[in-house]
Design a protein around this ligand. Structure first.
Ligand SMILES: Cc1ncc(COP(=O)(O)O)c(C=O)c1O
Length: 421
């Protein structure tokens, strides 16, 4: 894809719409050596690196605007409040929520799912009821539901996956019954890269009046997401996986559901009035934002969203798809390497195992080559159990990764074979 750019008053040039080498300059951390080799950062599913714009937003806030929000009448407080609320509007637009009241700032995906389990879940799930997840969920979309089921005497049901790591939709639909009170499903699997057919899943669940929570941690940095089009009821996001800071993320929830849910935590800001007899809760979204929030990182998340908007997620999606294709081809050419997760619809993640070599050794030898990958169960132990493996090595891509880095990965894997062989 290319765009025509006016480079001078007399000249126009066709430029690539997405120039990865230019983009890399925005990320200071990438330009370093590790063990004497240029850093090749392929651990983006764990966390992404931050562009200068995000780093600057944090510094700017603490240097010029630091103040508590919502309650102050002075200039600093007004500026901080305005910047904080500006991120809410940016987040609303980013996932196309109908209303900014539907965006609740939290620490991230884990906290967002716990919020829904502890509020909506506690209110609607009772003894004998069921919560439906899939076999490929991250622990953060399993354990909060398990805790709820344990407390309520309810049952966690699990939609099975095939050998490629694709959800078996027919089986999944059969598990949806009158006892199902909520479906919780990942948009993009961090362990396999599988993209789940969310619209279809939502259609199946809504036909039975069952709401759907989507874990969007890995999807939002990799593809345009439109929650109104998906028609999901809740969508959970982590800022640090979308080039923003750690410690901030958000939950999208349909307003009518959020309105009817009890608060998650009590404290300042989430109230309209308090007496010892009765507390009246604040309106949305503040009802769910008790106490002083993570103001600096929320503002910097706004900078990350603006950065992604400028690059355009459609370009990022194409860039990463080409990279994943190329990497899959390169890695599969090496004998003794097997890719885990070969879904038709897949993005961002290349999990693999090597004959007779423990993933931990793969990770350590790649690190000695300056290549950062993750090894282990990726907080998705039930996926590992499904494939009867203890762990995988996982290369996960971000918008700044290049074909040359994929070549370095392939060379690194060959070195692993040499050293361990
Ligand atoms: C698919 C998925 N869901 C949820 C999470 C949890 O995100 P966080 O730790 O930012 O809350 C992760 C993090 O790896 C993830 O990959």
């Amino acid at each position: 894809m290319s765009t025509v750019v006016k480079t001078s008053p007399h000249e126009t040039r066709t430029m690539p719409a997405f120039d990865v080498y230019r983009v890399r300059k925005d990320f200071p951390i990438l330009h370093q050596t590790v063990h004497g080799k240029p850093l090749v950062y392929l651990d983006n599913a764990a966390t992404t690196q931050k562009p200068q714009a995000v780093i600057d937003a944090i510094t700017h806030y603490y240097r010029t605007d630091n103040s508590n929000i919502h309650r102050g009448v002075h200039v600093l407080s007004e500026r901080a409040t305005e910047a904080y609320e500006k991120t809410r509007l940016a987040a609303q637009k980013f996932i196309n929520a109908a209303d900014s009241r539907e965006i609740i700032f939290l620490r991230g995906t884990t906290e967002a799912i716990n919020l829904v389990a502890q509020t909506y879940g506690r209110k609607h799930v009772g003894a004998g009821d069921e919560v439906l997840v899939t076999n490929m969920e991250h622990h953060s979309n399993i354990v909060p539901w398990q805790m709820l089921c344990e407390e309520k005497g309810a049952k966690l049901r699990v939609g099975p996956i095939n050998e490629h790591g694709e959800l078996l939709l027919d089986e999944f639909e059969k598990l949806l019954g009158p006892k199902t009170k909520i479906v919780a499903v990942g948009h993009l699997s961090n362990a396999l890269g599988t993209i789940n057919p969310i619209k279809q899943i939502v259609g199946m669940a809504h036909a039975r009046n069952v709401p759907v929570l989507v874990d969007g941690a890995q999807a939002v940095p990799r593809m345009p997401v439109d929650v109104q089009d998906l028609d999901c009821d809740f969508y959970a996001v982590s800022g640090h996986k979308m080039y923003g800071p750690t410690g901030i993320g958000f939950l999208y929830g349909k307003a009518e559901l959020l309105e009817a849910m009890p608060p998650y935590q009590g404290g300042g800001d989430m109230i309209a009035s308090v007496t010892f007899d009765k507390t009246v809760y604040n309106r949305l979204p503040y009802k769910f934002e008790a106490g002083t929030p993570n103001i600096a990182d929320t503002i910097a998340l706004g900078a990350a969203i603006e950065y992604l908007n400028q690059l355009d997620l459609k370009n990022i999606e194409k860039h990463e798809a080409a990279l994943l294709d190329y990497a899959t081809g390169q890695v599969q050419e090496i004998s003794g390497v097997s890719v885990v997760g070969t879904a038709q619809e897949k993005a961002g993640v290349l999990s693999f195992v090597m004959d007779d070599i423990h993933p931990h050794d793969i990770g350590t030898i790649l690190d000695s080559e300056g290549i950062a990958v993750r090894t282990g169960h990726h907080c998705a132990q039930p996926v590992m159990q499904r494939y009867q493996i203890p762990a995988t090595a996982r290369a996960s891509f971000g918008l700044y990764n290049t074909r040359e880095e994929v070549d370095a990965l392939a060379r690194g894997i060959r070195k692993v074979k040499e050293v361990m062989g």
